[in-house]
Design a protein around this ligand. Structure first.
Ligand code: HEC
Ligand code: HEC
Length: 489
């Protein structure tokens, strides 16, 4: 009996040992899988500006692309890019020695992933001559990057029959060494899943194919949020609005305390605008780095724009004359102490293109205010307005082309009646004109590098902001003086 009992318990013990081994091994595989796919490695930056340019805003989890796949796509699919030179053909700014272009964060969540951040849109570039060094201005409005062309490239690549594990792995292994386990994961999980994800993303943006192109330096900021099934879940089939709008600068936000933000003033809380900016770019409530974004917000308050690059040629007397014109004509809406500065000017009064205004609806505002109710942070300040905000003009030289849709290439043109402004021009060429207060927007080089902007397209109108109130009836001397003064802001 004793021995039989011993046998039984011996068998039991062996089984238990097997089970234990199995559990350890199984757990090990699960842990290894977790490590390879989900472990988060913190990023390190020397300054808040470096974080601004290259840090994560929490978008990698939801909309990150595996870095190595992203890296080789232009090589494997050059035919889907609008020009030569890899991602530079999409107008990305890529500084020597950096792992990613400006505005792209590389973060390891299991494997290295890449996603955009605020700087993808909110970083300006300019050159003082075609062959001069390109200056990069964090928080300035992008001129060259074409986000819509980027989305199209990713979708076209994913749809290409050559988007296979074999092709991509071959290209990746010329750039980096993958472990056998990585290779297995890329082949059977990461590459197929990326392809599906990029195709899903392209389908979510299908509505953009039927509406006018954004072109470099512009996006439709809120229709993607309105139409995203996980965000405001509105139906693009029942909404044909066009929100195309020029990117805004984020410098000197301390001047805008309490002001209505965004072109139409749809929210007056900088904190809410920053957090919703990150959500619009792919962060989700669970991944939103609220503390890091608070640091970023503080950075935006005190950051200043660079001075106008041709200031050495400023005519100080003329500028002083121009300051008087500004105080008389513009300061009530654009001066830092102006009674209407930072407020919404009704669209019929300013008369600019109404499409961007119509894009944001009361229903969308209501849904966004309800979106984050279960979180310690929350949205409460989204509203529907009836016009466009008159902003302070700090750094106005670098904000060309002008108006919310970027429809007027220079300040000279903005001070002319609308029917004397250019009907067509090129935008996205970042060489600055030394006199006209705007980028060079015509001629061979602008045509080669730029995007053809046609003011006849819906959403692109260059009408409005004209008449005595808006300075288009000033005489030539007053206009010249005013422009001289605006160079100093
Ligand atoms: C894909 C491009 C893009 C990205 C990325 C982006 N923005 Fe913006 N942002 C815009 C555009 C375009 C506007 C103007 C939109 C409008 O109102 O029509 C804007 C407006 C703003 C404004 C309002 C400025 C003002 O003076 O009223 C703030 C603040 C802002 N963004 C912050 C951010 C922050 C912070 C991030 C990152 C978390 C971010 N944005 C990411 C394109 C972008
Ligand atoms: C009644 C208020 C009002 C007055 C007066 C006014 N503006 Fe404006 N301004 C606006 C509004 C509103 C906008 C935004 C319109 C839009 O983008 O659709 C604007 C836009 C602008 C812009 C484009 C900003 C950008 O980032 O693209 C410039 C430049 C500008 N105004 C300059 C002036 C100058 C110079 C004067 C004086 C000669 C002037 N404005 C007078 C209300 C005013």
């Amino acid at each position: 009996m004793a021995s039989r009992h011993g046998d039984t318990s011996g068998t039991k013990r062996r089984w238990l040992a097997w089970l234990f081994l199995l559990l350890v091994a199984g757990g090990g595989i699960a842990a290894l899988g977790w490590y390879q796919l989900f472990r988060e490695e913190p990023q390190h930056f020397d300054s808040v500006e470096a974080y601004y340019l290259y840090g994560s805003i929490g978008a990698e989890q939801e909309e990150g692309i595996p870095y190595w796949i992203w890296r080789v796509l232009p090589e494997v699919f050059p035919q889907h890019l609008p020009g030569e030179g890899g991602y530079a053909a999409l107008g990305m700014l890529w500084e020597e020695g950096e792992a990613t272009p400006v505005g792209f964060s590389k973060k390891t969540i299991g494997f290295p992933r890449i996603a955009i951040n605020c700087a993808a849109c909110h970083t300006a570039s300019y050159r003082t001559a075609e062959d001069a060094e390109r200056q990069i201005v964090p928080t300035g409005p992008q001129q060259t990057f074409d986000p819509q062309a980027y989305l199209r490239f990713l979708g076209d690549a994913a749809d290409d029959p050559d988007f296979t594990a074999a092709n991509l792995l071959a290209a990746i292994e010329e750039q980096t060494e993958l472990s056998w386990l990585d290779r297995l994961l890329y082949r059977f999980l990461i590459i197929p899943r990326t392809r599906d994800g990029l195709q899903e993303q392209a389908a979510r943006f299908a509505w953009t194919e039927e509406r006018p192109r954004w072109g470099p330096g512009r996006i439709d900021p809120f229709n993607p949020v309105k139409f995203h099934p996980d965000l405001l879940a509105l139906d693009p089939a029942e909404d044909d609005t066009i929100g195309n709008s020029d990117i805004m600068p984020l410098w000197a936000m301390d001047e805008q305390e309490g002001f209505a933000l965004h072109w139409d003033g749809l929210n007056d809380s900088l904190t809410e605008v920053v957090l919703s900016g990150a959500i619009g770019d792919g962060a989700r409530p669970a991944t939103l780095p609220v503390d890091a974004l608070a640091e970023l917000e503080a950075y935006l308050l005190t950051k200043r724009p660079p001075p106008y690059p041709f200031l050495y040629a400023l005519d100080a007397d003329l500028a002083a004359e121009g300051e008087a014109v500004f105080q008389r004509t513009c300061a009530g809406c654009h001066g830092l102490e102006g009674a209407r500065t930072g407020t919404v000017i009704p669209q019929p009064e300013v008369g600019t293109d109404p499409h961007r205004l119509a894009m944001w609806t009361a229903e969308a505002a209501e849904r966004y205010n309800a979106y984050a109710e279960d979180y310690p942070w929350d949205f409460n300040a989204f509203v529907k307005t009836d016009g466009y905000v008159a902003k302070p003009l700090t750094g106005i030289w670098l904000r060309a082309p002008y108006l919310h849709n970027g429809s007027v290439p220079t300040l000279e043109d903005l001070l002319r009646p609308a029917d004397e402004r250019p009907e067509r021009f090129y935008r996205g060429y970042d060489v600055y004109h030394p006199e006209r207060m705007g980028f060079i927007h015509e001629g061979e080089a602008a045509e080669r590098e730029g995007f053809h902007y046609d003011t006849a397209e819906p959403g692109n109108s260059n009408q409005g902001h004209e008449g005595a109130t808006f300075g288009t009836e000033l005489d030539e001397q007053e206009k010249a003086a005013l422009i001289e003064y605006l160079k100093t802001l």
